[in-house]
Design a protein around this ligand. Sequence first.
Ligand code: HEM
Length: 396
Amino acid sequence: MTGAEALFNPFEPAVMADPYPYYRLMRERDPVHWNGAIRTWFLTRHADVSQLLRDDRFSADRTQSERYIPPPPERARAARSMLVVDPPDHTRLRNLVNNAFTPRMVEQLRPRIESISADLVERLAGERETDLVAQFAYPLPVIVIAEMLGVPARDRLRFQEWSAVLIRGLDPFVDAATQELVFDARDALIDYLSGIIAERRREPADDLITGLIAVKEQGDVLSHGELVAMCNLLLVAGHETTVNLIAGGTLALLRHPDELERLRRDPSLARTAVEELLRYVPPVQWTGRVAAAELELGGRRILPRQSVVGVLAAANRDPEVFPDPDRLDVGRDPNPHLAFGRGIHFCLGAPLARLEAQVALPMLLAGFPDLRVAGEPEPRPTWNLRGLARLPVALS
Ligand code: HEM
């Protein structure tokens, strides 16, 4: 490790394999770190990342970045979702779906989440070994979000494939060939969702898509493009994040047998355990903003239109906030981790993701007292959405 430039190269295999030592180095040596090669600031302290997400001098609109390369005209067909717009559009879009995701509304899904989890455990009951990602961690959140939106179960495989390609577009630098694949998947998903929307318009159902169509038809509140972008965002967010909390969380517990036993003996720890897993193995490693004005942060001068990445996973191990930060403690409380972000873009799906993990993990541990890792876990190829593609486990 020589100069500051060498502190952090997200594309190096060693960093991919285990980014935490590198996050720590950055936080200790250069917490507001400029990477000239990719023209991006990296923030790793809890206080700075919180400020990034709360300060309206930073914009969520990535098209404002000096690094932004507009898509060719024939590819520029998608409206933007709430995730990447600022107020007042952000406020308007978020208010349209906020109600469906409040803790009170989500709590009503508990019996359904319990029954899906119980089914998945039961289906595994006769098996000796399985891939925990494919057979448990993935199906639960996917079934739940598909049912909420009203996407037919028979199409699940198709949107799983598109979604897996789409998230590769979230990584900091995407080569041209991958970018084409991402555009193709996005266009296929847009066409697919437009079809579902047309169907629901003819035949309304008791689901979120029907609700959003009604809003759209009431006036100027939601355009067709925004409606598609909203469904797209919810579907992809519902597919690619909670799976990593459940699978990555299970692996972290299996590697900390004392903590696993603590949770198994006392399922009332489910709430703090899930928060701790979110802190310790955050499914979303970072999020980006663009400086809308010249400003100072941690003694460094950030110029307008520069890209700034808040490394949530690094902030989650800041010793200023978390005593003994590299220790997994399923009883840790308070736990002000940043795994769901902060401020106005704070994860809309947080109550849902929390409930799913709080139900699923204790059921899995209770169902399989001998659960253990049975092969090399296979990481996903994406850097920002960090998780497992496969987790081979022995069940009995
Ligand atoms: C463990 C699971 C999850 C994690 C770790 C997670 C993480 C995050 C983070 C970090 C953000 C903020 C991004 C930013 O500030 O730039 C976010 C936003 C968002 N998440 Fe999640 N998420 C999870 C699950 C879900 C689920 C299940 C849904 C929906 C079904 C969802 C929907 C959203 C939406 C719509 C936003 C944008 C909110 C806004 O811009 O106001 N998330 N999520």
